[in-house]
Design a protein around this ligand. Structure first.
Ligand SMILES: *Cc1c(COP(=O)(O)O)cnc(C)c1O
Length: 386
């Protein structure tokens, strides 16, 4: 049976070129980068190169990159760190209601500990406007945190415009760019981004390693306390091989970004056209054009996302759904509800996210299987018959 992996928003494969660059750091180059001897210095060289690669990918400076354990850690570091550090200035944080749980659950934690959080509502496509951000900023606002691109529906936010608003108002601006890095161009200087979170495993790097960009002049408390690694900004012996892989993946995805995006957008459009042509009563979730080149998300009316996933899986296709029965809850995704979908439509959603390996044949196979799946499930659906 054909196997098609279309869950690249959850995680991606490790690029062979990336693994190749990691291998020495998993084997012979095992020194501790903090050690002064040759073994340590050699390991340190790997970290230095990765820092250059990540800084170049964002147009940042070397000393603005901190390596972390994952995207979640980067997000936690910013929210908890800014709340702690700037508590004399204020306690108000602005974010959106479609952030990843790494932001939302941290914001909820902070609300229990004396912070005030504004969750900006998004429009039907999943966007907040710079005007909404400007209107929400108050005297006591210490941070605006808005994701670069949404992980479920792929909507890209007007980040440069929001950055300009924050700069003008003198408020720190953080973006969770975990879905965007390696996929769309990012320039932290031109976009006035003060802090940015990224994670290697979302762009064909290894799992369990991320980075945080923090603009020069901003000093956050270390989230992990201990030794003086990362200039005292993140303790713990570095995941050398992982960091080397992060750097390699960042460079690889940036070098090939334009061609990859073009190829991916063509494949994505083929998939969207196929679904809309072959399956009646579908609704595109997210923005039609302001969306990640690799994200497709539809509600297939009158049927259940979970059932669609099972049928796709039986046909070798890995996808994901906004109906979250898998996490033990019957509530549909907070993102789809925030876009204004009713529970039934949200439950019928399926997310297909493409990766470097995706081919045209994969796309056509998925369209055919999805068409059959929708027909089968609808035959059994009392909702559809009605
Ligand atoms: C995957 C993801 C995260 C979490 O990153 P991890 O490295 O898996 O912890 C955070 N935000 C967004 C938008 C994501 O897609």
């Amino acid at each position: 049976m054909r196997k098609v992996y279309m869950d690249n928003a959850a995680t991606t494969s490790l690029a062979p070129e990336v693994l190749e660059q990691m291998m020495p750091y998993l084997t012979a180059t095992y020194g501790n980068p903090s050690s002064v001897h040759a073994f340590g210095r050699e390991a340190k060289t790997g970290l230095d190169k990765a820092r250059q690669q990540v800084a170049a990918a964002l147009n940042a400076e070397l000393d603005e990159i901190i390596f972390t354990g994952c995207g979640t850690e980067s997000d936690n570091t910013v929210l908890l760190g800014v709340a702690e550090k700037y508590k004399a200035k204020g306690n108000h944080i602005i974010t959106t209601n479609i952030e990843h749980h790494a932001i939302l659950h941290t914001a909820e934690y902070l609300e229990k500990h004396g912070c005030e959080v504004t969750y900006l509502p998004v429009d039907e496509f999943g966007r907040v406007s710079p005007e909404q951000v400007a209107a929400a900023i108050k005297e006591n606002t210490i941070l605006v945190s808005i994701m670069f691109a949404n992980n479920e529906v792929g909507t890209i936010m007007p980040i440069a415009e929001i950055g300009a608003v924050c700069k003008e108002k003198g408020v720190l601006f953080h973006t969770d760019a975990v879905q965007a890095v390696g996929h769309v161009p990012i320039d932290v200087k031109a976009m006035n981004i003060d802090m940015l979170s990224l994670s290697a495993h979302k762009f064909h790097g290894p799992k369990g390693v991320g980075a945080l960009y923090v603009r020069r002049g901003i000093r956050l408390p270390s989230f992990i306390m201990g030794g003086g690694q990362e200039k005292g900004r993140r303790a713990g012996t570095e995941n050398t091989a992982g960091i080397v892989g992060l750097g390699a993946a960042a460079e690889l995805s940036c070098v090939h970004m334009a061609e990859n995006a073009e190829r991916m957008t063509a494949l994505r459009n083929r998939l969207m056209e196929g679904i809309e042509r072959e399956i009646p009563y579908v609704k595109l979730n997210g923005h039609r054009t302001q969306r990640l080149p690799n994200n497709v998300n539809y509600s297939i009316r009158y049927i259940e996302g979970e059932s669609i996933l099972l049928m796709l899986d039986m046909n070798g296709i890995a996808a994901s759904s906004g109906s979250a029965c898998t996490s033990g809850s019957l509530d549909p995704s907070h993102v789809l509800l925030a876009l204004g979908l009713d529970h039934e439509t949200a439950h019928g959603s399926v997310r297909l996210t493409l990766g470097d390996e995706t081919t045209e044949e994969d796309i056509d196979y998925v369209i055919a299987v999805l068409k059959k799946t929708a027909e089968r499930l609808r035959e059994m659906s009392p909702l559809y018959k009605g």
